[in-house]
Ligand binder design. Sequence first.
Ligand code: AMP
Ligand code: TRP
Length: 311
Amino acid sequence: MQRLLTGLQPSGALHIGNYFGALKPFADMYNTYESYLMVVDYHALTTTRDPKELKANIFNAVRDYLSVGVDPSKAVIFQQSQVQEHTELAWIFECLVTVPFLELAHAYKDKVAKGLEANAGLFNYPMLMAADILLYDTNVVPVGQDQKQHVEYAREAAAKFNNVYGETFKEPRELIQESVAVVPGTDGKKMSKSYGNTIPLFGTKDEIAKAVMSIVTDSSGEKPKNVYTIHKLLKSKSALGFIYEASMGNYKTLKEALIEDLDALIAPMRAKRESITDDDIRRILKEGSDRARVVASVKMATVRKRIGVAL
Ligand code: AMP
Ligand code: TRP
């Protein structure tokens, strides 16, 4: 079986764009692999210094994935900071690559381009991510388009190590999920937290209704485009054809139909989310981290031998 690994950013509340663009495609395919799902809390440290917020976001990241149906008995769900081999291997990779090479990484480059001072953690970010991936002999890494370069850095780190110390790491490939269209927000632009145009993924029915009612509709056409585009993610074209025919031009009725269909999808996930306790998550992460550590420590024993520090 091929091995899959991905990192979950512990960051704030999700919207339905995240669900259709990332969580659902992941939930639909992770169990055809031997899957590792890791909360990347040490990566989050490059951008947050609020311990309360970080802790809450770690719980939430796991809760989100469990709520959309990821089964902890079918994937190793673990916490990056609890497997110390990650930071150890990152150091070794950092000693193999050059500063100009890391200067080309997007996360760092974008920060500097904005005139901001990057911390050294952000600069080294791609080598920690390389360690995350390579410790587990990962074959595929499902990520968004924006992370493609980071997976290339992981391949590069593997090649450099193998070249200097002998064949040790597998070169992984990214799995970019592009089948799903961009989900529009309530203003018709891409749905995004930073545009304030979102429909919350785990919102109450009232919150969903409020967001849907605010969707911008064109005053001409018979089919309100933004409403229809979201509706298409929930119902077949033929089922929608019937509804949109019967209520042609009646935007309020069409929005109400969308609210019902969204709530039918979200209500069970919302209920599941509420049933998961912090203790459930602690237990899942503890078991997952223990399992991950077994794999990572075997790999690190080889690495230590190869580089000459095992006496
Ligand atoms: P972000 O937090 O914006 O980087 O989004 C996390 C993931 O959710 C990305 O990898 C995207 O694939 C997905 N995503 C975010 N917004 C949308 C959207 N409006 N439509 C489709 N997918 C999205
Ligand atoms: N950098 C990734 C992101 O921002 C998160 C990440 C960290 C990751 N380590 C990883 C993703 C390993 C895949 C594999 O989304």
